[in-house]
Design a protein around this ligand. Structure first.
Ligand code: PEP
Ligand code: MG
Length: 925
């Protein structure tokens, strides 16, 4: 294969240009190319590219995605001319292989596979051996000199056609197989004799007949029906569900690949396999995969027989192995990425059946990107773009603590890394329901199929008793970054009893287990887990990302420990320290409540005195951890309901005290109880007095500091005193004080005056002077719209997009979770706006706020610290509108660094492209 051939891959579209000529719906592989996946689908594109490069690919044709879309536009009829083009292309295939479709002495058999632009579970997969009937099966037997083989091919075809095209339940065919296998000596597929295979075929046909269907005898009718079935599966429930979750548009359509059959089940020098050009779990540069001799592809994927590691092929068929290894290398060099290849060996000859970009774990993605850049297969920019935010997320997954005492129940294959735990469930529906109710579940199945996808999404982890590293469960879980152990064969799953058994030990539904997808172990109970160590590849990639990004990345951190974690992940400062979060602990909460409930300034100041040293202590810890980096401390913003006792609970406590009073034994008891009742009543009265109907829009944010200036005073004193203490340790403190929930510029002005007063006071007391900044959150629409006025008093802005989303949509942050998912399901909203910034509405206010703020202060530093600061798509938006930084939770920091770099690189690429287009346009003029 030469690069020159591979690069010359424009579609020859000259046939389409004449208006009289019919639209081209069908292409033979030689006519397709690897670039146009949207027309040929991923599989068709890969097969075309390999064919054009001269690799051994069985001849075939592609019915395009356009044809699929036209089928739907055309009331589920093939578009005009499509079928004739299929027949014509099939004739070309016949010529190439020297066999004839439907011929009773020398029949051509084909496989029919779906192939969308993105690989998609839930779509019709494969019908093999299409073209067989009672006559052609005889021809196949003569052609191959192997009656048993021909009948085996026929029984496979009948069950696949029945299941996939005619929608007959798979289990029904499986039961027939099991029954016949049980009658043989060895009990395996390969033990079935011709007469038993004939029995199976007859039984399969009966099953189909019982469901009012029949397999057409005419191979062309079979093909017609199979192509229509592929088109229909595009709009099937599972495929639509998958597309919705993965945000794949419905109007892409699927292509259909019809390809001459080659057989991996023609004896000991035949076989089939799947292999990756690098290890998809670790990223190591090695061929990684599995194969089975004397088997067809479905045997590997279905997990019904346990395949051998690809390395063993080197011993069994060394020439084929060498050829495959060199093709794998060639493909990697050509695609500049790790490939996932399917192959079949027919009587010692290697055939390539598929190549596509291989799915990989987060760890593998990082290692492959870094290695390939170092091998000069890709540049560093490409390496940074190759790793997705989801990959990094996966990399940050916990692992099982190796020192923990834990009972291993079973060991299977380490199909997808990470450690997760939950209650055992056996059905995907139940997994989904229980997860909705807040349970953590582990889905345990014999093996999985696309039907189980929703349960896999809902589960923390997946365990299967059967299947290899490329089984459905393994591939899908890896793609989702979900922990999975497959092929844990010691587990005996009993769906009817809702339990599994290992070595006689029964684990019922609801029992907790822990799954370690990195080692393949399944443990009983909740085993402690630890955070992963990030390797040198990760740090290297992050270094490259940091070079390319324009946006700064800070962390939202409220404690010294958070600050330390954030710094470890590469945060360049703290963008939001929520001071109210420092008071969630029991003792601290009591002091905070005392402050909130205090009657008058005196009482409040007394409570604040208790809070001051606690705050100062926390600030000291944070300044130490972040020495040299900016720390934005936000003044108190407690929606009061988060800190007040619950009224219902108070009522219950009061009732209990009254009951106790009735049962009192001594007079002293009575006095004590009366005092307690009195106190509880006062508390209840007080809480009722300050309780708000809508605390999120109530006495919070700067409103608190304005009406209770002693609160702001205490906080600022704690902040400045802490800064002085840490500065005296010769550490650099870069302090930013932030005022929350401002809507009117005067609010900010008054708070800034107060902050400056305290600063002067404290610095005077300590004879020290230093710079600090005062800025504000922009989290209300009015603030965004009047940002030019607010900016006059602010040295920086930080967009609080949680509140800004709440107030722009008029949608409660606390309650919308109940119905927002339905909004997304019904496509009223494309995403939950509390997760992904609504760029059209809320984002527009951010853009306006930043622009208006900078119109009076061009150098105004502007960041974002709502949850969106850790969301890749929102980060891309922040980059686009020119914010200075994003701030997110510590564990999202690496993701944000990567997403920020990718956003810059995407913008650069788009700019370069538009420059190029403009240049070309200028040249043509
Ligand atoms: C915000 O509103 O986006 C924000 C960061 O503040 P909080 O979530 O604390 O209200
Ligand atoms: Mg807020």
């Amino acid at each position: 294969m030469t690069e020159a051939i591979l690069e010359e891959n424009e579609v020859s579209e000259s046939d389409d240009t004449s208006a009289e000529q019919q639209h081209k719906w069908v292409y033979v592989f030689e006519e397709g190319n690897g670039e146009n996946k949207s027309l040929f689908g991923g599989k068709g594109a890969g097969l075309s590219e390999m064919t054009r490069a001269g690799l051994p690919v069985p001849p075939g044709l592609i019915v395009t995605t356009e044809a699929c879309n036209a089928y739907y536009d055309n009331n589920k009829q093939f578009p005009e001319g499509m079928w004739e083009q299929v027949v014509e292309a099939l004739a070309e295939i016949e010529k190439k292989v020297g066999k004839k479709f439907g011929d009773s002495s020398n029949p051509l058999l084909v496989s029919v596979r779906s192939g969308a632009a993105f690989s998609m579970p839930g779509m019709m997969d494969t019908v093999l051996n299409l073209g067989l009937n009672e006559e052609t099966v005889q021809g196949l037997a003569e052609q191959t000199g192997d009656l048993r083989f021909a009948l085996d091919a026929y029984r496979r075809f009948a069950s696949l056609f029945g299941e996939i095209v005619l929608d007959v339940a798979h289990e029904k065919f499986e039961r027939v197989m099991d029954r016949f296998k049980a009658q043989t000596k060895g009990g395996k597929d390969t033990d079935l004799k011709p007469e038993e295979l004939r029995g199976i075929i007859a039984a399969e046909k009966e099953i189909i007949l019982a469901e009012q269907h029949a397999i057409p005898d005419d191979p062309y009718e079979q093909l017609r029906a199979a192509i229509a079935a592929v088109f229909t599966s595009w709009m099937g429930r599972r495929a639509c569900g998958y597309r919705r979750i993965n945000r794949i548009p419905d109007n892409l359509g699927t292509a259909v690949n019809v390809q001459a059959m080659v057989f991996g089940n023609m004896g000991a020098n035949s076989g089939t396999g799947v292999a990756f050009t690098r290890n998809p779990s670790t990223g190591r540069k090695e061929l990684y995969g599995e194969y089975l001799l004397n088997a067809q592809g479905e045997d590997v994927v279905a997990g019904t027989r346990t395949p051998n590691p690809i390395k063993e092929l080197k011993k069994e068929l060394p020439k084929v192995y060498e050829q495959f290894a060199s093709i794998a290398q060639l493909l990697e060099k050509h695609y500049h990425d790790m490939q996932d290849c399917e192959f079949t060996i027919e009587r010692g000859k290697l055939w390539m059946l598929q190549t596509r970009t291989g799915k990989r774990t987060g760890a593998a993605a990082v290692r492959i990107a870094v290695d390939m850049a170092q091998e000069k297969l890709i540049d560093r920019k490409t390496a940074v773009q190759r790793v997705t935010p989801e990959h990094l997320d996966q990399l940050l997954h916990p692992t099982v603590d190796p020192d923990a005492k834990a009972e291993v129940l079973a060991t299977g294959l380490p199909a997808s890394p990470g450690a997760a735990q939950g209650e055992v469930v056996f059905s995907p529906d139940e997994a989904e329901e229980m997860a909705k109710e807040g349970h953590k579940v582990v889905l345990v199945r014999l093996e999985t199929s696309p039907d189980d996808f929703h349960g896999m999404v809902a589960a923390q982890a997946i365990v299967t008793a059967r299947g290899g590293m490329t089984s459905h469960a393994a591939v899908v879980a890896r793609g989702m970054g979900k922990t999975c152990v497959s092929g844990a064969s010691a587990i005996d799953v009993d769906y009817s009893q809702q339990q599994f058994t290992v070595d006689g030990r029964v684990i019922p539904k609801g029992e907790w287990i822990t799954v370690d997808g990195s080692t393949g172990r399944v443990f009983l109970g909740k085993v402690p887990t630890i955070q992963p160590q990030l390797g040198s590849d990760f740090h290297e990639l992050m270094k490259w990302a940091d070079k390319f990004r324009r946006l700064g990345v800070r962390a939202n951190a409220d404690t010294p420990l958070d600050a330390k974690t954030a710094r470890g992940f590469g945060a360049e400062g703290i963008g939001l320290c929520r001071t109210e979060h420092m008071f969630f602990g029991d003792q601290r909460l009591a002091a905070m409540r005392e402050m909130i409930l205090a009657d008058g300034v005196g009482a409040r100041e007394k409570a604040l005195e208790k809070l001051l040293p606690l705050q100062r202590g926390d600030f000291i810890g944070i300044f130490r951890e972040m020495a040299g980096l900016p720390v934005t401390i936000r003044l108190l913003d407690p929606p009061l309901h988060e800190f007040l006792p619950n009224v219902d609970e108070l009522l219950v406590e009061l009732a209990e005290l009254k009951m106790a009073l009735r049962k009192r034994k001594t007079l002293a008891d009575m006095d004590l109880l009366l005092d307690q009742i009195d106190e509880k009543r006062r508390l209840l009265d007080h809480v009722n007095k300050i309780r708000e109907a809508n605390p999120m829009l109530g006495f919070r944010g700067c409103r608190l500091g304005l009406l209770y200036p002693e609160v702001t005073r205490m906080q600022c004193r704690a902040i400045f005193e802490a800064a002085i203490i840490v500065k005296n340790e010769r550490k650099q403190v870069s302090l930013e004080i932030m005022v929350p929930l401002v809507s009117v510029s005067e609010e900010l002005k008054q708070q800034v005056d107060l902050i400056n007063d305290v600063a002067r006071e404290v610095m005077g007391e300590h004879g020290m002077k230093f710079d600090y900044m005062v800025g504000t959150m922009i989290e209300l629409p009015r603030a965004a719209l009047t940002a030019h006025k607010i900016a006059q008093h602010a040295q920086f802005f930080s967009f609080g997009t949680n509140d800004l989303t709440q107030t722009t949509f008029g949608l409660s942050r606390d309650d919308s979770g109940r119905f927002l998912p339905s909004y997304v399901d019904r496509k009223i909203l494309s995403d939950d706006p509390f997760q992904v910034l609504d760029s059209e509405g809320v984002g527009e206010l951010v853009r306006i706020g930043a622009e208006r703020g900078r119109s009076v202060k061009p150098d105004l530093k502007v960041g974002i610290c709502g949850e969106h600061g850790g969301d890749p798509r929102s980060i891309s938006f922040c980059n686009e509108i020119g914010l200075n930084y994003v701030s997110c939770s510590p564990y999202r920091v690496p993701v944000a660094r990567l997403a920020a770099a990718q956003a810059t690189l995407e913008t650069e690429a788009a700019e370069a492209k538009s420059k190029q287009t403009a240049k070309q346009a200028a040249q043509t003029l």
